[in-house]
Write a protein that binds this ligand. Structure first.
Ligand code: ASP
Ligand code: MG
Length: 462
């Protein structure tokens, strides 16, 4: 209650400021929003709150953006209205916000109709941005009903990106200038609530940072404002040795380095958006991951160093991987083939994940992390056609990528035996080891993934 008073009377130096980000499940409904508000108010250093859309909303908006017939549009819009109205109905004074959310819903309806006539990536971003716009409006209202001086802030004023709609890249120079001008003074005065995931290009059109991009937003704003810590509140209390839903014996990791956590995020641990740690590493800002459902359970701190980094840290799993194998006899004793392959992939905006080569072939998997907001496949017909003009192309689907994350893996002896010794019942499709001292990756058939993870976890971590 006296939170607002102490905030104004006694502004903390910016050096102790914390940015707190809450994911979709943490703002899913009225109760979840209140638990998140408790978390915010329990730490007076939290000055900036970054939110995802309420759980489920972004998926509904993405479907609307694909251009649906009138009947489906009505159904989807009703779903969105139902989720947000359930929150409004619990407020003491719902009228003002009901009107505001009503205007947002009208906007969504109009944009969805436009999408049914012609879809575009710019229109998709404009549409899906409403999820975060609505959740932040609702959260501000919840804070105000608790007498907190909370202020809604449109992140598009500062989150400047390029024009790559669906997965835009931030312009960190512009962002830090704009954040210092427009955001910094506000967080001295009030508790500021803003949107994750969305941004704007130079002409002001709305962009998005790719699915799950709110974590990235929080870290980018944290970097721009040089805050002391970024807290990521989600529905799991931290980072585990592997996904506890696959292996119940998985253990929480209390402290982990940026490098290890970045490998984990990149290779499929869904706790953090893969790009999140880049800004944090640039400024050495620690990132805390915890559960807003159970804040007392603690969480994982991602930071610069840990004591006694273990050889094996964690196992990450990424499903639905596609292996592309390119065969060409002209590769034999020639040069330039790989350059041509990579040139084609680059023109199609596809980045390669794993790669192995032989004398006449090269096998690679495509990087599908932080997929675009429209959810389109990376392996398009035009990409396949272009590759086929160069060589014979084979595509194998439904594989799983398993990454063992650790420290100095490539310098230790016996790693191969320890890992693969217990995996003899399984067909290992591809192995990448040696390029990074932090990981060893391999592909297995998708259906074997859970068993492989369980076996390895038992052997290396239990
Ligand atoms: N709401 C967006 C999504 O569902 C961004 C996020 O949740 O981080 O992808
Ligand atoms: Mg999310």
């Amino acid at each position: 209650m006296n939170y607002a008073v102490s905030r104004n009377a006694n502004p903390q130096p910016l050096g102790s400021t914390v940015v707190a980000k809450f994911g979709g499940t943490s703002v899913a409904d009225y109760d979840a929003m209140n638990r998140s508000a408790d978390v915010v108010l329990s730490n007076p250093n939290v000055r900036l709150v970054v939110l995802s859309a309420s759980a489920g909303i972004t998926n509904l908006l993405v479907e609307l953006a694909q251009g649906k017939d009138a009947e489906r549009r009505v159904f989807l819009l009703d779903e969105i209205r139902r989720i947000q109205s359930a929150i409004i109905d619990c407020l003491n004074k719902p009228d003002v916000i009901r009107e505001e959310i009503g205007r947002m819903l009208e906007n969504i309806s109009m944009l969805s109709e436009a999408a049914s006539l012609a879809t575009s990536t710019a229109l998709t971003d404009e549409l899906v941005s409403h999820g975060e716009l609505m959740s932040t409006l609702l959260f501000v209202e919840i804070l105000r009903e608790r007498n907190v001086a909370a202020e809604w802030f449109d992140v598009r004023k500062v989150m400047r990106t390029n024009e790559h709609f669906g997965k835009a890249e931030p312009d960190t120079t512009a962002l830090s200038e704009l954040a210092l001008q427009q955001l910094q003074p506000r967080i001295q005065e009030a508790l500021v609530v803003t949107q994750g995931f969305i941004g704007a290009e130079a002409k002001g059109r709305t962009t998005t940072l790719g699915r799950g991009g709110s974590d990235y937003t929080a870290a980018l704003l944290g970097e721009a404002l040089s805050v002391a810590r970024v807290d990521i509140w989600t529905d799991v209390p931290g980072i585990y040795t592997t996904d506890p839903r696959v292996v119940p014996a998985a253990k929480r990791i209390d402290r982990i380095t940026f490098e290890e956590a970045a490998e984990m995020a990149t290779f499929g641990a869904k706790v953090l958006h893969p790009a999140t740690l880049l800004p944090a590493v640039r400024r050495g800002i620690p990132v805390f991951v915890g559960s807003s459902k159970d804040p007392a359970a603690g969480g994982t701190l991602v930071c610069n160093t840990t004591v006694n980094p273990p050889l094996f840290r964690a196992l990450a799993l990424r499903r639905k991987q596609t292996l592309v194998t390119l065969h060409s006899l002209s590769m034999l004793h020639s040069h330039g083939f790989l350059a041509e392959v990579f040139g084609i992939l680059a023109r199609h905006n596809v980045s390669v994940d794993l790669i192995t080569t032989s004398e006449v072939s090269v096998a690679l998997t495509l990087d599908t992390t932080g997929s675009t907001s429209s959810g389109a496949s990376l392996l398009t017909t035009s990409l396949l056609t272009e590759l086929s003009s160069l060589c014979r192309v084979e595509v194998e689907e439904n594989l799983a990528l398993i990454a063992l994350i650790g420290n100095k893996l490539s310098q230790a002896s016996g790693v191969g035996k320890e890992v693969f010794g217990v995996l003899d019942p399984f067909n290992i499709r591809m192995i990448c080891y040696g390029a990074s001292s932090y990981n060893l990756c391999f592909l297995v058939p998708g259906n074997d993934a859970d068993q492989v993870i369980t076996t390895l976890h038992r052997n290396l971590f239990e």
